[in-house]
Design a binder for this molecule. Structure first.
Ligand code: BYC
Length: 323
């Protein structure tokens, strides 16, 4: 099934076959290469959602910068949030190699017509949430993005290599916060456990719907953008995280979790997909707040964009005058 958002005209069968042969040989597709229109549109869809996620993803953590418990924690959190802004800009640059203007993509986000990761629509109500986000959300992102670093589209794959290096630092700072809290006073341990309880299921939802309910996966896999499925990556993340939770004396909030000796997988209970779709469709705990914050930031930044445009025009003028 082809999702409506990426419907495109039929392609020349010869060019399509050559393109698919390149993918099969493991070649990387670069911006000036011929590509099917649907490949281009799928990448714009996915990469713009990814860039929006990085930018919206700064909000739940930005909320805690002024309340970090020490200077060291404050510096790490500020650096992390700054990295996320950089990731967003880097991926918006990547979308522009596909012939779109990032300004149009940002307007789609502000209009509420573009998606961004469901995970950022949950509130951050305690300091432990900074630990859980780094450990689980960045941890899940690394699992997903390590796979995307092998995507067939060169600019996206290369962006992922660099971004994953920074995500590793993010994950470590989060895991360290959880380790310290879990090993602290009973109240601190309870705070860490409560945070894990609230972020566990939304983190599993980050990987997207079950493979059988994922309309984009077929095309993305066929064209080497996705190398592993939503369910495969989710399982990989669960398998990794169970041991990490145990190591810091926290309990994953799933009584149905069982280790399957035959498959070597930790099997987990059913995900609440109604909740997932409610959040994706705009009715999560913080969707409205997140978009309002982005719109305000965009409006407040209008003078910066105007000043930058005026400066660029002056530069062009003086270069032309000198020539
Ligand atoms: N949330 O056919 P499917 C970060 C949508 S930020 C919302 O499986 P696909 C960080 C999906 O878009 C990194 N929507 O889609 C930042 C599709 O709708 P459309 C975030 C979701 O593309 C700050 C529909 O559901 N990572 O690390 O094959 C602080 C059907 O899904 C979600 C990325 O963006 C979701 N969770 O697979 C800390 C990674 N899941 O577009 C950390 C890049 C699905 O057809 N993206 N939908 O209307 C991907 O890897 C893939 O796009 C997904 C979904 C696995 C997310």
């Amino acid at each position: 099934m082809t999702p409506a958002s990426v419907v495109a005209p039929a392609e020349d069968p010869k060019r399509l076959a050559d393109f698919e042969a390149r993918i099969a040989r493991g070649e990387t597709i670069e911006p000036k290469d011929w590509m099917p229109e649907r490949y281009r549109r799928q990448l714009i869809r996915m990469m713009s959602q990814h860039a929006h996620s990085e930018v919206v993803g700064m909000l739940p953590e930005g909320n805690w910068i002024t309340r970090a418990p020490s200077l060291r924690r404050k510096m790490s959190l500020m650096a992390k949030v700054q990295d996320e802004a950089g990731h967003g800009l880097y991926i918006y640059c990547g979308t522009e190699t596909l012939g779109v203007d990032r300004h149009d993509l940002i307007l789609q986000l502000l209009a509420g017509t573009a998606k961004y990761s469901s995970i950022f629509n949950y509130p951050t109500i305690s300091w432990a949430d900074m630990g859980a986000i780094g450990w689980l959300v960045d941890g899940a992102a690394i699992v997903n993005q390590t796979m995307l670093a092998k995507a067939s589209y060169g600019p996206y794959a290369r962006a992922m290599v660099r971004i994953c290096k920074e995500e590793n630092f993010h994950k470590r700072q989060g895991f360290e916060i959880m380790t310290v809290l879990s090993g602290g006073t009973p109240e601190q341990h309870a705070m860490a456990q409560d945070s894990l309880n609230r972020w566990w299921w939304p983190s599993l939802m980050m990987f997207g719907p079950h493979d059988a309910d994922s309309p984009n996966s077929g095309e993305l896999s066929r064209w080497g953008i996705k190398r592993k499925s939503n369910d495969e990556l989710r399982q990989r993340f669960v398998n990794m995280t169970v041991a990490q939770a145990k190591a810091i004396n926290l309990t994953i909030p799933d009584e149905g979790m069982r280790f399957n000796e035959a498959t070597a997988n930790w099997e987990f209970s059913a995900i609440n997909w109604d909740d997932f779709w409610r959040v994706v469709k705009g009715d999560g705990p913080c969707n409205r707040e997140r978009l309002a914050a982005r719109r305000k930031a965009h409006d407040d930044g209008a003078w910066v964009r105007e000043a930058a445009a005026a400066h660029a025009a002056k530069q062009t003028e003086s270069t032309e005058a000198a020539a």
